[in-house]
Design a protein around this ligand. Structure first.
Ligand code: BTN
Length: 272
């Protein structure tokens, strides 16, 4: 087996502001950083900003029960904790969209291309996926109310073409493939953590910047899409993003409606 590149805690910390008080755990391997962080914060009071980064995951998870390719030494597998006790429950899922803007900013700081956001949680370039986000809520054992949101972010960073399995060839891409050079994962992770810290300070009140960046960079607007929600499927045209990051669709019959969850497939994306 070939040697795996390690994720250097020292380099990562030197790239983060020296004064950052919040803890980031660096693990060499874990099943899933989201599962790890969810277990850590159950029955415990923890601060927003606690985060976990793993060099590899053995069971990286995506939305809708899908898996997330988590080869060791090449990607970023990161989970970040937000305390959401005082956030209106309906606003919690919008964290995914806010964090999509953070991931886009961090990726573009390291690889100067214009990437886009595929509603709601994917960062894409040329119709191929660079990164995905999985937000999971942890409920308070006593009150049953939402206490934390664990936002998990996976980025394809230094994957070579040969690291991308055949079935994902027309769906996924890495920053190394796009930029034609290796990217420093530690520096990218530090920039991303700083972007997430800004969200931790701003969420949910100061949404204007995130909403306007999301709208400007949402790749699906104006496109024909098919929406899947559990057992239902319908098609229409994506018209815009509403004030709560919902996707406004015009059904083929002309009727407008807004969706807040589900999966969209878009012509020209991921082999569709
Ligand atoms: C998706 O593409 O549907 C979301 C992918 C999210 C992957 C990240 S990697 C870090 C964190 N741990 C996981 O198991 N999943 C998220």
């Amino acid at each position: 087996m070939s040697e795996q590149t390690v994720f250097s805690k020292a380099l990562f910390e030197s790239e983060l502001s020296a004064g950052r008080k919040k803890n980031t755990e660096i693990l060499s391997s874990v099943d899933s950083t989201n599962t790890y962080l969810k277990n850590l914060c159950k029955n415990r009071d923890m601060e927003s900003g606690y985060s976990v980064i793993a060099n590899s995951q053995t069971n990286g998870r995506g939305r809708l029960g899908k898996s997330f390719l988590s080869k060791g030494g090449v990607g970023i597998y990161l989970s970040y904790l937000f305390n959401v006790e005082n956030v209106e429950p309906l606003k919690i899922p919008t964290l995914t969209a806010w964090c999509a803007v953070a991931v886009k900013n961090a990726v573009e700081a390291m690889c100067p291309v214009n990437c886009k956001i595929k509603w709601v949680n994917d960062i894409v370039y040329g119709g191929l996926k660079i990164a995905g986000i999985l937000t999971e809520t942890v409920f308070d054992a006593q009150s049953g109310k939402p206490k934390y949101a664990v936002v998990g972010i996976g980025i394809n960073v230094n994957n070579s073409k040969s690291d991308i399995p055949k079935e994902l060839e027309d769906k996924a891409v890495s920053l190394k493939i796009i930029c034609g050079k290796e990217i420093c994962r530690e520096k990218l992770a530090a920039i991303l953590i700083k972007e997430l810290d800004k969200i931790s300070d701003a969420f949910p009140e100061n949404k204007e910047y995130y909403l306007s960046e999301y709208r400007k960079n949402c790749a699906v607007i104006g496109k024909k899409v098919t929406l899947r929600q559990q057992d239902t499927e319908l098609s229409g045209t994506a018209m815009g993003i509403d004030g709560d990051f919902g996707l406004v669709l015009k059904k083929d019959g002309g009727e407008l409606f807004t969706v807040t969850f589900g999966d969209v497939s878009v012509e020209g994306f991921y082999g569709h």
